[in-house]
Design a protein around this ligand. Structure first.
Ligand SMILES: Nc1ncnc2c1ncn2[C@@H]1O[C@H](COP(=O)(O)OP(=O)(O)OP(=O)(O)O)[C@@H](O)[C@H]1O
Ligand SMILES: [Mg+2]
Length: 249
């Protein structure tokens, strides 16, 4: 099997040390795997992703790209890790769309020509060429989301963490996102309530409940197990549900 790129052994993550949000969590993700991270509101998905980036405190063995997640290694880890945050406003920090997407390529010390090429390619792949010169703070929620995804494409990281990537996206942009995810060979850990997106983009699922990891295995097996999903306050993906239109009168 390929090498392990994300490893957690008996970790806990916390905002206040005395009250860990996640405890006794162990799992390993191998290079090239696409893993869906699912669980009810408040189950700790964003906390886990934040901890893997070193933004939230943890105890226990946590390694990303072979490096222990600790202060001294964070600059190196963050070069290898692309992170789409749950809240786009926390992610976009430069005035224009172009500047935000160009941030990582510029940091790699590339020539202006190469930066331009990478930004243009990221804009093309996300279908947002028309937003290139817009100011970030004037974008709609879905437009910001697509810009966040484009920043990650331009970064070309080894490992991608995405927190609710399809949130606020219209069906067309959601489909573009799914196609991009399917085409990306990188290791991916995707937290989402969009279980249909997880089904289409991940071969493995980690299901969190209030006690930790409730299930970890084949995505199709877990996402068709209605009793398991219900026990964690989730439902089957929409593609497996019968939807009855509301009738008036
Ligand atoms: N900054 C914070 N300080 C203290 N507690 C927090 C903080 N952020 C989140 N929490 C708590 O940690 C727990 C896990 O939250 P988290 O955001 O990781 O859940 P989630 O699975 O991502 O939920 P959602 O599906 O709503 O995005 C929740 O009980 C939440 O209230
Ligand atoms: Mg969250």
């Amino acid at each position: 099997m390929s090498k392990i790129v994300i490893e957690c052994q008996d970790i806990s993550c916390y905002y206040e040390k005395a009250k860990p949000v996640l405890s006794n969590l162990s799992f390993a993700i191998h290079e090239g795997e696409s893993v869906g991270l699912i669980g009810a509101n408040g189950s700790g998905k964003s906390t886990l992703l934040g901890a893997l980036c070193g933004l939230i405190s943890h105890e226990g063995v946590m390694q990303v790209a072979g490096l222990s997640v600790e202060k001294v290694n964070l600059p190196e880890i963050r070069k290898k890790l692309g992170y789409v945050m749950q809240d786009s406003d926390n992610q976009l920090f430069l005035p224009t769309v172009y500047d935000d997407i160009a941030f990582a390529p510029r940091n790699y010390g590339l020539s202006a020509e190469d930066v331009e090429r990478m930004v243009t390619e990221a804009l093309r792949r996300t279908g947002i060429e028309h937003l290139k010169d817009r100011q970030n703070y004037k974008l709609s929620g879905g437009e910001k989301r697509m810009v966040c995804i484009a920043t990650i494409l331009a970064m070309q990281p080894e490992i991608i963490l995405m927190d609710e990537p399809s949130i606020t996206l219209d069906p067309y942009n959601r489909r573009t996102l799914i196609q991009n995810l399917q085409a990306m060979p990188e290791t991916k850990l995707i937290a989402s309530h969009d279980l249909d997106l997880i089904l289409e983009t991940c071969e493995r699922v980690i299901l969190l409940d209030e006690h930790g990891i409730k299930a970890d295995g084949d995505a199709e097996v877990i996402l068709t197990d209605e009793a398991l999903l219900k026990s964690c306050r989730l439902e089957l993906p929409y593609c497996y549900q019968k939807v009855v239109p509301l009738k008036k009168g």
